[in-house]
Write a protein that binds this ligand. Structure first.
Ligand code: XMP
Length: 506
């Protein structure tokens, strides 16, 4: 069992970031709703209390008995967490005269305090608070100040309990990672969490969990399902069967290329060519949601049919990752998204679920994949929607439109790679618009299709900005597409951010 840090989530938007930073410091951590501290877990080494959208003075604020943690474990309160520590020990927290969002500078730092080791006065920190601590309890001592905030950081005498008003987990806090690292040192953490150790312990757990059972898994070509497959394969070898469905809406040559990669990785994979079924069912359908439903249902039908050809399958493998799990536990009650394209399958097929990546962040999934020896191009692949090109062909989907879009997309993605821009963007693709426009080629008037190029920067697809690709690159892509893709005479670039637009057009 890995030693762990528990992060109690009071609903802050940056709670996940705290988790990522701790993991980057090779320490395992779990993010739990504020009220569910695991009392008798011998592997817990320390506790972090997150920020919150609430004021501690709000009657509805999320509260816990901080005295039950203090002294038993090293505790670090961040923002609301710090205010909660102070308020529940007799201090005072009040609405600040001026709310403070963004940059501030530490003016005084107690260099002798181990939490602030290596952090100097003058360092920039990131603030985001409306309340401030106006009186600390008697045993609490200020260890850092800013011009605006008297208790920018405090320590409780005789205890390993600290509070910081700023956010050490965000990029803009200088020395933030150092501070978290110092906290881990105070917790006595040995930093035993690495991709290699994760693989070793997970493979052992999977072997124990699955015994001689057989597992089926749907591969999509994406990072999560691919790493899940390779990890399961490590544990149970050929008792894992993977199904990779070609719904005819993948990128050009994607099915063949990815299938080859999977076989190269030693996976037992069944490739199913179901193009004709999907094209048939999509004929005449123009509504985006209806297209999504047809593609999703069609996928389940094909998967189910293939699974029934196999015997004694007990488990369904899924590439669920930690952000999905945290979201489903969210204390602020956000609705869970149904991300998975195999949603509904476990019930229909009466299978148990096995999700070996459910505790990993996306960047950890990539590092685990690399440690498993997977090819970089498979690990760095952009996200691609389950319904594929079906939602990038606006209006009715036909095989001819798929051909046009695949050719244009292939030119765009290949040039992004050639120009070294592929890894600079979160996601890129082409969209076939349902309009034709007039053009001239040679002496001939044309009346043909328009392709829109989309490329965005993002960290989680929840918000995104259009990528400022160089003009000469866009000129090259436009020229190549118009000259080489029969049926296209115009290319445009989408300069909309999300929100208010979305990444996909449908
Ligand atoms: P939007 O268009 O909502 O997309 O900004 C956010 C991210 O989700 C992907 N996406 C999908 N993925 N099935 C999926 O598996 C879908 O129906 C779907 N719709 C959008 C999109 O590509 C982007 O990464």
């Amino acid at each position: 069992m890995h030693e762990k840090i528990i992060i109690l989530d009071f609903g802050s938007q940056t709670t996940q970031l705290i988790g990522r930073r701790i993991r980057e410091l090779n320490t395992y951590c779990e993010i739990l709703p504020y009220h569910s501290f695991p009392a008798d877990d011998p592997t817990v080494r320390g506790v972090i209390l997150s920020g919150s959208p609430y004021s501690v003075n709000n009657p509805d604020a999320f509260r816990i008995d901080t005295a039950a943690l203090r002294g038993r474990y090293p505790v670090l309160g961040i923002c609301y967490g710090a205010q909660l520590l102070a308020a529940t020990a007799g201090g005072r927290v009040e609405s600040a005269a001026t709310r403070e969002y963004g940059r501030a500078l530490l003016t005084e730092v107690d260099a002798n305090d181990p939490l602030l080791d290596g952090i100097r006065a003058g360092s920039q920190v990131w603030m985001s608070h409306g309340d401030t601590i106006t009186r600390l309890p008697d045993t609490f001592r200020v260890i850092a100040r800013t011009d605006n905030v008297e208790a920018a950081a405090f320590r409780v005498d005789g205890e390993q309990t600290w509070g910081v008003q700023f956010h050490p987990e965000v990029f803009h806090t200088e020395g933030g990672t150092r501070l978290l690292d110092n906290f881990l040192t105070q917790c006595g953490c040995t930093r035993d969490w690495t991709p290699a150790s994760f693989i070793e312990s997970t493979v052992a757990e999977l072997k124990a969990q699955l015994g001689d059972d057989r597992v089926i898994l749907a591969l999509s070509g994406g990072v999560d399902s691919s790493v899940t497959a390779v990890l399961l394969h490590r544990a149970i070898g050929s008792r894992l069967t993977c199904i990779f469905v070609d719904h005819g809406l993948l990128r050009k040559n994607e099915f063949e290329n990815v299938l080859r990669d999977y076989e190269h990785l030693g996976l037992n994979v069944i490739g199913v060519d179901a193009k004709a079924k999907f094209y048939r069912e999509l004929a005449g359908v123009t509504d985006p949601e209806q297209k999504r439903k047809i593609i999703g249902r069609g996928f389940i039908d094909v998967f189910d049919e293939e699974a029934h050809k196999l015997h004694d399958i007990r488990w369904l493998g899924q590439g669920t990752i930690y952000p999905d799990v945290i979201e489903s536990l969210s204390v602020t009650g956000t609705v869970i998204k149904s991300h998975h394209n195999v949603g509904g399958l476990p019930e229909k097929m009466q299978l148990k679920l096995v999700e070996p990546l459910r505790l990993l962040f996306k960047d950890e999934v990539r590092r685990v994949g690399a440690e498993l020896g997977m090819m970089p191009h498979l690990l760095k692949r952009h996200p691609f929607p389950g319904p594929g090109l079906g939602i990038r062909i606006l209006g009715e989907v036909t095989p001819e439109k798929v051909r046009i879009l695949q050719d244009a997309d292939d030119i765009y993605i290949s040039l992004l790679r050639e120009w070294g821009l592929y890894d600079e963007v979160w996601q890129a693709g082409t969209i076939l618009l349902p309009i034709r426009s007039v053009g001239v080629m040679g002496d001939e008037r044309t009346y043909e299709n328009t392709i829109a190029l989309r490329a965005v920067t993002s960290t989680d697809a929840m918000t995104a900005d259009w990528a400022q690709l160089p003009y000469d690159f866009l000129a090259k892509v436009s020229n190549e597409i118009i000259n080489k893709v029969k049926g296209v005479n115009r290319v445009v670039y989408d300069i909309s951010s999300k929100p208010p637009a979305t990444i996909e057009w449908e």
